[in-house]
Design a protein around this ligand. Structure first.
Ligand SMILES: [Fe+2]
Length: 500
């Protein structure tokens, strides 16, 4: 681990030009909520910033594209017990071109966000609240939540698509200007889950949704022309809570895992997640453009995120993060009232481990095992290798006790070797996708890009790590105009994926 060299991020920026947009209407009051303070303090300011100050190194001339990050920023005073996944989606973008960088950020102006702007207050409760708090019908699988479009962001057909984990409507933005272009046109009535997957080789986008009504899950493909070309049911035994999917060149992989809403309580509209003992994990292998579903069974677990999948001989290989304790005991050290929420947001308690499943299409058998025993999640790869055999994985290391990232681990899956970069105490990272260097040949020839929030200094910055040597620390540090709130996901889109 290389020491993290302190830059001049706390000094006044001399050259940065910042244009601030008119403020949003907020009713949020100060509180002691652990996920409305510190690195989770909501940001309400929207800006355009140019002439960003480079505090260490230089912006590489061979980095060309945009990094988009979705964060969760509560704007209105919560009606009940706020959960960080309730926060309003905000897309932050840094664009790199010719050794220059610019930054901008915008709320995702969802229908719920606009309604609450008009009402100057919250109209929906959150994930941890009883459904009776909702003053209006909600969205998605849950049905009583606001679609805050705050979970994931991808770039497809030249546009950014912001999504919500509970299956929202899908919001389209221009990835360069962050101009809002409204609802995505192809999204079906049951919505689109977070983690639609883009195959850069074909320009297709694969997605799924889930709901409380039969068949409980659907899978679809959107072409490079942004038109829906496949949409099919994935029948399940009941309502489930899948969070992510994977794909290979020829197949898509959906999951039915034994962690889902208690069916008896759900009849009374109580959304209580539990591990259902004695039920295996099930994986649906579906031909990409539709056809017969083949189901495989595996050890019970829950998986938030898959890393990649590919075909090898008769087998489908799937890598992801196997949770050893998906429903952890409440955290007794948490502030009163937050014991359950804080345990479920703490990777050191649900223990996700990098894991490989192999599904044999000839024999129908599954083999599986950990690839590493460390607690890791939120993995990234070179997206050009998505669905194909790959060698390098970049996972995040979480802060014990918190949903915050404190570093990265790079795995060479061929040799089993790994290296890491860990941030100083009080500095937290955002998900760091791999950005291929212009003209790159090697799979790991590029950068990892991340936004940092420094709780010691009260500032944020963008860092670039050399993906070939992450342990060396940042090759470039760029000051940002304000302190970012934490969130969940991010994406890198090279220039040729952006609409001109
Ligand atoms: Fe996710």
């Amino acid at each position: 681990m290389a020491p993290y060299q302190k830059g001049s991020a706390t000094e006044d920026a001399q050259s940065m030009k910042v244009e601030r947009l008119p403020p949003v209407v907020t009713s949020l009051l100060p509180s002691n909520h652990p996920y409305l303070n510190g690195a989770w303090t909501p940001l309400h300011e929207e800006v355009n910033a140019t002439d960003l100050e480079v505090t260490h190194g230089a912006i590489p001339a061979d980095l060309d594209g945009v990094y988009l990050r979705n964060t969760e920023n509560q704007v209105q005073q919560p009606l009940g017990r706020f959960h960080p996944f309730d926060g309003d989606g905000m897309i932050h973008q840094i664009e790199f071109r010719n050794g220059q960088a610019s930054y901008r950020n915008r709320f995702v102006r969802t229908r719920g966000f606009e309604a609450e702007q008009e009402a100057a207050g919250s109209l929906w409760g959150g994930l941890a609240d009883p459904v009776q708090l909702a003053k209006r019908p909600g969205w998605g699988a849950h049905g009583f939540l606001k679609d805050s479009s705050s979970t994931d962001v991808v770039v497809h057909a030249g546009k950014a698509l912001s999504t919500f984990y509970q299956c929202g409507e899908g919001y389209r933005l221009d990835p360069l200007t962050l101009e809002q272009e409204g609802l995505e046109s192809w999204v079906p009535i049951d919505g689109v889950s977070a983690h639609p997957k883009v195959d850069e080789a074909t320009g297709e986008l694969m997605f799924f949704n889930y709901s409380k009504h039969a068949p409980y899950m659907h899978y679809g493909v959107v072409g490079p022309d942004n038109r829906l070309k496949t949409y099919m049911p994935i029948p399940l035994p009941g309502p489930r809570l899948p969070h992510d999917m994977a794909f290979t060149t020829n197949y898509s992989i959906l999951n039915d895992l034994p962690v889902f809403w208690d069916a008896k309580l759900l009849e009374r509209n109580i959304h209580a997640v539990r591990l259902h003992e004695g039920i295996p994990s099930r994986f649906a292998i579906v031909p990409r453009h539709g056809g017969d579903i083949r189901w495989f069974e595996a050890a019970p677990t829950y998986v938030l995120h898959w890393l990649n999948a590919y075909e090898e001989g008769d087998e489908i290989v799937l890598d992801g993060y196997f949770q050893e304790d998906p429903t952890p005991e409440p955290n007794k050290d948490a502030p009163p009232g937050f014991e359950h929420m804080m345990a479920y947001l703490d990777e050191s308690r649900f223990k996700p481990k990098l894991h490989r499943w192999r599904f044999n299409l000839k024999t129908g058998e599954t083999t599986e095992g950990h690839l590493d025993d460390r607690i890791l999640e939120f993995g990234m790869i070179n997206a050009r290798y998505a669905g194909r055999k790959y060698r390098y994985a970049y996972s995040t290391v979480a802060e014990v006790g918190w949903f915050l990232f404190r570093g990265f681990v790079k795995h060479d899956l061929e040799t089993g070797q790994s290296s890491e970069f860990i941030l100083p105490e009080g500095v937290y990272a955002s998900e760091a996708p791999f950005c291929p260097r212009v003209g790159a040949v090697d799979e790991d020839d590029g950068y990892l890009v991340s936004f940092l929030t420094d709780e010691n200094a009260g500032t944020s910055e963008c860092i670039l790590l050399d993906a070939k040597d992450i342990a060396a620390g940042p090759v470039c540090r760029i000051r940002l105009p304000h302190k970012l709130c934490s969130g969940t996901h991010a994406v890198w889109a090279p220039r040729d994926m952006l609409a001109s």
